[in-house]
Design a protein around this ligand. Structure first.
Ligand SMILES: C/C(=C\C[C@@]12O[C@]1(C)C(=O)c1ccccc1C2=O)CCC[C@H](C)CCC[C@H](C)CCCC(C)C
Length: 165
């Protein structure tokens, strides 16, 4: 079954998804800790302009700062970005282990959305918050690498299908 799929693809996916998942959990932990205690200092708070908790608790840290325009800040729909990240990496890992062609197409699409989201969040980071958030930048790198992995995978699955016909 796995014939034709590059062997590194599965390994790369597992590593990237686990990393992204752990970083998202950590971001969620920092955000919730900081919200309940303003004096909380996270490991990734290294200075005034290198502060992750400042970024996570900003208005862009929930629903990309966009959801609250439509539903209000306190709405249950306005979840932290990291919750979306947890869902995203879980899907990427779960569906990525199946050999379904349709799943592969969905993974590529979701990956493009995450890269667009990363570019958006990166520009907020640089131009609005003026902060360097290492956890954020790491997740952008993971999202780019995951897109590359997903594109490779879709191509390989397509070639397998053509050979079978
Ligand atoms: C920890 C993480 C992102 C980091 C961060 O978001 C954080 C936490 C944040 O508070 C923040 C504030 C201000 C500027 C930048 C930032 C961020 O950088 C994970 C998201 C990863 C990725 C950007 C998720 C993309 C999900 C897609 C929308 C998927 C859609 C597909 C669906 C079918 C599930």
């Amino acid at each position: 079954m796995a014939l034709g799929l590059p062997t590194w693809e599965r390994k790369a996916r597992i590593i990237l998804c686990v990393l992204g998942f752990v970083l998202s959990i950590y971001a969620l932990h920092v955000e919730l800790s900081r919200e309940s205690n303003p004096d909380y200092r996270a490991m990734c708070d290294l200075g005034q302009y290198v502060s992750c908790s400042k970024v996570f608790t900003s208005r862009w840290g929930r629903g990309f700062g966009l959801v609250q325009i439509f539903v209000g800040q306190e709405s249950p729909l306005n979840q932290p970005n990291s919750v979306l990240g947890i869902v995203f990496y879980t899907l990427q890992l779960g569906l990525g282990l199946s050999f379904s062609q349709r799943a592969a197409v969905f993974l590529v699409l979701a990956s493009w959305v995450s890269v667009a989201g990363s570019l958006y969040l990166a520009s907020i980071l640089v131009f609005v918050l003026g902060d360097f958030c290492m956890v954020c930048v790491s997740t952008y790198a993971i999202n780019f690498a995951l897109l590359f992995t997903n594109l490779k995978r879709r191509r390989a699955l397509n070639e397998m299908k053509e050979k079978a016909e």
